[in-house]
Write a protein that binds this ligand. Structure first.
Ligand code: DGT
Ligand code: MG
Ligand code: MG
Length: 243
């Protein structure tokens, strides 16, 4: 190995999150003409990328949590002996090509990638925080779109909404006839892709007997609980600690 590859041995230990985020996706969403504030096709493409990362990439995260243009992957075991450069580059390039294919795109796109060092306990806090961010993003996206529809330019609308408390954003849409507590759950709370062990009945032709086999299935949950509630915390505990 060339001695000047100074970061190649930088390694981490699990558990970690790897968070991928679309690079300059404001431009990409414009180019594809995605619906505002939320586009079903874009969300489904991001869910498809999350499924591919969990099930087919060979990276083997335990689950993926996605909203907007980001995906958080949770790892209990790390590929590439935990080497940071390898994990970040392979995860982000895999996601970029999977999304290009899902969108039937003909131009390159990119994700950035970062590693978030965690513990099972702080993983619960992290997931609660990302879902909070999904909620804030959802409030902001609806309000921003409302102001733009009413004639304000995007920069001005963003400026006007900066620092406005959540309850005022809620009220702002309420007077416009939109109840932000009733929008689709995937927009407010994000989507989870995870593996689940299921028991299946099978038949063994060699022994001529029925057998029960354990299979790992990929589940996509678009109706998640609110992670900050006791029910949500238990849900996360089960997911992260298998309790
Ligand atoms: P970055 O991450 O700093 O390179 O820059 P961006 O532009 O990717 O910014 P970010 O990640 O903070 O925001 C995500 C962008 O993706 C934001 O411009 C809104 C857009 N986006 C996400 N989901 C949707 C959607 O469903 N519909 C539309 N029209 N845009 C969306
Ligand atoms: Mg982005
Ligand atoms: Mg983002």
């Amino acid at each position: 190995m060339d001695n000047s590859e100074i970061f190649s041995k930088l390694a981490t230990i699990p558990p970690v999150f790897v968070r991928l985020d679309g690079r300059a996706f404001h431009g990409l969403t414009r180019k594809y003409g995605f619906a505002k504030p939320f586009d079903d096709r874009f969300c489904e493409a991001m869910v498809g990328v999350s499924v591919a990362l969990v099930a087919e990439s060979g990276l083997a995260p335990i689950f993926a949590y996605t909203f907007s243009d980001e995906i958080s992957l949770y790892f209990n075991d790390l590929p590439f002996s935990g080497r940071v450069e390898k994990i970040d580059s392979v995860a982000s390039s895999y996601a970029a090509s999977a999304l290009t294919l899902a969108l039937e795109g003909n131009e390159p796109l990119a994700f950035d990638s970062r590693i978030v060092q965690t513990t099972p306990e702080s993983a619960i806090v992290y997931m609660t925080g990302r879902q909070d961010e999904a909620w804030r993003n959802h409030l902001n996206a609806y309000c921003q779109q409302a102001l733009i529809t009413e004639g304000m330019d995007g920069t001005m609308a963003a400026k006007q909404l900066k620092g406005v408390p959540a309850k005022d954003l809620h009220e702002m849409m309420h007077v416009r006839g939109v109840n932000l507590a009733k929008t689709p759950a995937w927009q407010r709370r994000g989507v989870l892709v995870h593996k689940k062990e299921v028991q299946k009945e099978g038949y063994n032709p060699i022994t001529n007997k029925n057998v029960t086999v354990t299979r790992s299935m990929i589940m996509t949950d678009r109706d998640l609980p609110l992670f900050s509630t006791p029910q949500g915390q238990l849900f996360l505990k089960n997911l992260i600690c298998g309790l």
